[in-house]
Design a protein. Structure first.
Length: 216
């Protein structure tokens, strides 16, 4: 089975279960609620990361970053070619800003937290393939809980809404801790996440690079 068909299977399962539980709900309502639920999930868990390689040049402090999918939400951190954290912030979403300029060109790796884009222009949203297999039930609970909070609907149910939203919050907490521990069992929280393959930017052209930390 291809990755695309495997991913479609999880989307169909999630939307199918939501349709069965939420009698009379429209596809448009489900898409909007799914978008809001995913947005909350990634915002509070910081679990959708991408590491982007760029080159710092002399006397330049600002570097726009273009993710492969989704949108940049916040900065997780920046390291240089020696894997040393650098003093950088993101006052403008999507642009890394260094506190001090560099005197020589050098490669940098920025890890950013990402979130979903508009639900109607991009559906299903291009989220990582592991999200639904791992957290699909929690995300479904978020969709059901928020929909059941709406008054005057055939599926309105305050008690069940509280139950599902509690499960959704548990999924967010689990994803947040798993991200901090880089999906390891019993390990302490990592100060900075690493990824084996990262994307580089050279004059607007994307290239793939091996992160220097993997060469040690």
């Amino acid at each position: 089975m291809s990755k695309t068909s495997e991913c479609d299977k999880y989307w169909q399962k999630l939307l199918g279960r939501a349709n069965v539980t939420l009698t009379g709900v429209s596809d448009a309502e489900l898409k909007v609620q799914l978008f809001d639920t995913l947005q909350q999930f990634f915002d509070e868990s910081n679990s959708w990361l991408e590491t982007i390689n760029f080159t710092a040049i002399p006397d330049s402090l600002d570097y726009p970053l273009m993710p492969l999918t989704g949108r940049v939400h916040r900065l997780y951190g920046v390291v240089d070619q020696n894997n040393v954290p650098q003093q950088a912030v993101m006052p403008v979403i999507g642009t890394v800003h260094f506190l001090y300029p560099y005197s020589n060109p050098q490669p940098m790796w920025a890890t950013v937290v990402k979130n979903v884009t508009d639900p109607f222009s991009c559906f299903p949203p291009g989220i990582p393939e592991w999200v639904l297999p791992v957290y699909g039930l929690g995300i479904l609970s978020g969709v059901l809980g928020n929909m059941m909070l709406q008054p005057g609907q055939s599926y309105s149910n305050q008690t069940l809404a509280s139950f599902h939203l509690s499960k959704f919050r548990d999924a967010i907490a689990h994803a947040r801790v798993a991200t901090m521990r880089a999906n390891t069992v019993g390990a302490q929280a990592w100060a900075y996440p690493q990824q084996f393959a990262v994307r580089g930017q050279r004059g607007g052209v994307s290239t793939y690079n091996v992160h220097p930390s993997t060469l040690r």
